[in-house]
Ligand binder design. Sequence first.
Ligand code: SF4
Length: 112
Amino acid sequence: MGRPAKSVEDTRRFVTMVAAHQGWKPIAEGEFLETLVQGLTTNHNRYGYYLCPCRDTLGARDQDRDVICPCTYARADIEEYGHCFCALYQSPEFQARGEEPRSIPERSPGRS
Ligand code: SF4
């Protein structure tokens, strides 16, 4: 028997938990948050792990390891730009300023 599918609610809880644990804020409620949570859920049910919703798989978990959410680059991106590559997670300071996330450089080798 396979693992039960993740629901969007499961993923919401996951995102909230990661943000709380890391001292980040999820992107404000809205359509873009819904899209990212849906993307993570779809990826989990398709690949078996929370592949970043803004990146394509390289074909296997081992090759995707650096971009399983929260990715290896999230901390550095949040420190440097105020948000991760997808803007799902943000620093409290960035969010308090009310800035719009922007397109930031891809740090994952082979995905730029
Ligand atoms: S950029 Fe990293 S932290 Fe942000 S959603 Fe993608 S995998 Fe998660």
